[in-house]
Design a binder for this molecule. Structure first.
Ligand SMILES: [Zn+2]
Length: 199
């Protein structure tokens, strides 16, 4: 019995042109794979070492920016506790009658931003103990919960120190003339100030 001759198509070697095409494709795949690995490794490495920089979405108010309690589109103001914002707006209206205008220099802050401020202060004072007298930890800061607002300029601070209690607003740290919280009932008496953020 005669076997049929094996099909030549199965054993025919690839033509030179096809071999070159396959080789070129293999080189492309290898190059793309290598590029992908480099991108992934770089991205992982960058995210591991990139320093945090606060943005407006963290509650940052850029130095020199004029922000008021009316700026609902600014996260530092928009994410304040509503009762604090309302009380501050009432105080602001009363202060305006006396010719005094409020500016918000800081309000709500993300905990990452608060930690960044603390780290910065630790570097500045070369002491965590000293730094914490000026910057609370994220866990303790009333800025992170939206229950504190920093006000400028000085005449606005002095107006609030004198009249804020009528609106329930009090300076709460003796070493921070600009820092206000709702700390009493409207028309009440402000509690004794804490000496600093670490107290
Ligand atoms: Zn403050």
């Amino acid at each position: 019995m005669q076997h049929p001759a094996p099909s030549r198509t199965l054993v025919r070697p690839l033509s030179r042109a096809r071999r070159l095409t396959v080789l070129a494709l293999a080189v492309c795949v290898a190059a793309l794979s290598a590029a992908f690995v480099i991108v992934v490794v770089n991205a992982t490495f960058a995210s591991a070492i990139a320093p945090f920089a606060p943005t407006a979405d963290d509650g940052l108010i850029a130095e020199g920016a004029v922000v008021t309690l009316a700026d609902d589109d600014v996260p530092a103001v928009a994410r304040l506790d509503a009762a604090l914002r309302d009380a501050m707006r009432q105080a602001e209206a009363a202060a305006a009658v006396d010719g005094v205008a409020f500016q918000v220099t800081s309000g709500w802050r993300s905990s990452q931003y608060q930690q960044w401020l603390l780290d910065d202060a630790i570097e500045l004072y070369e002491s965590e103990q000293v730094a914490r007298q000026f910057v609370a930890t994220p866990e303790r800061s009333s800025h992170v919960t939206g229950h504190a607002v920093d006000i400028a300029p000085v005449d606005a601070q002095l107006w609030l120190i004198q009249n804020g209690a009528s609106f329930g607003i009090c300076q709460t740290y003796a070493n921070e003339r600009w820092h206000f919280e709702r700390a009493t009932a409207p028309g009440g008496v402000c509690p004794e100030m804490r000496t600093d953020a670490a107290a």
